[in-house]
Design a protein around this ligand. Structure first.
Ligand code: ADP
Ligand code: MG
Length: 235
């Protein structure tokens, strides 16, 4: 997958903000890519383009073998629903639905029968360590538990591309490690791609590649993490 010359500007005239200034990036399969950089440097904008949630002002995104930028509205919505999972910083759970009902939403959208979807979603909740909380409402769960429900929801339809925006920002260290371990375990497979935006240096060792951004550009890409982590690799 790749981005070619992707630029994004918000607003016009005096109010114009250049969020991405022509970014080229290869996104490999089978790796967890971390996207890091200071607040406002364009990380959320970049992954929104990769995930087909935002059209770039210029340039093109080739995602899972499709030119997402040229794909029309309805087709893009369907493509996203079938192939892309999202985890947002603020969870975005539906407050009136239980954990398991939240987690099965992508399957219902894909047309699964409700009963079958609930069974599959319950399995995912089990995998994220929330088997006992399937019938809890989001308001009855801690931040870390809600984020794990959001991850179960993002993975339930086995998306080939998983995009996470600061998934550990609201979590304590232990929950953060659980969440990152889970993302690695479920989503890092030869035919899948995972991008995680993070501010949180504690999660660096979960990444196979670190893409460093500043000011709407990519400054540097680090590869070659050793088993002992990035520091031991001489970075
Ligand atoms: P990051 O995720 O790295 O913090 P963003 O991609 O959210 O950065 O933002 C990049 C730049 O674009 C920032 O200057 C931000 O203020 C601006 N920006 C983001 N979204 C909008 C928007 N909807 N309208 C106007 N400016 C925006
Ligand atoms: Mg952001």
């Amino acid at each position: 997958m790749s981005l070619r010359g992707v630029a994004k500007e918000y607003g016009t005239g005096e109010a114009k903000v250049v969020a991405l200034g022509g970014v080229d990036l290869e996104i490999p399969y089978g790796e967890l890519v971390l996207l890091v950089g200071p607040s406002g440097c364009g990380k959320t904008t970049l992954i929104s383009v990769v995930a087909g949630l935002l059209d770039p002002t210029r340039g093109e995104a080739e995602v899972l073998g499709h030119n997402l930028t040229r794909m029309g509205g309805t087709r893009k919505v369907n493509f996203r629903g079938a192939n892309i999972g999202f985890v947002f910083q603020q969870y975005n759970l539906l407050p009136t639905m239980t954990a398991v009902e939240n987690a099965c939403v992508p399957l219902l959208i894909a047309g699964w029968p409700r009963k079958k979807a609930l069974v599959k979603a319950a399995g995912l909740l089990e995998a994220v360590g929330l088997g006992g909380r399937a019938n809890s409402l989001p308001s009855q769960l801690s931040g870390g538990q809600q984020q794990r429900v959001a991850i179960a929801r993002a993975l339930v339809h086995e998306p080939r591309l998983l995009v996470c925006d600061e998934p550990t920002a609201a979590l304590d260290a232990q929950s953060g490690r659980t969440v990152m371990g889970l993302i690695r375990q479920v989503a890092v497979q030869p035919d899948r791609a995972v991008i995680v935006v993070t501010h949180d240096s504690r999660v660096y060792d979960f990444g196979d590649r670190i893409v460093e951004m500043s000011d709407g550009k990519i400054d540097r890409i680090k590869t070659g993490r050793t088993e002992a982590g990035w520091n031991a690799a001489g970075h």
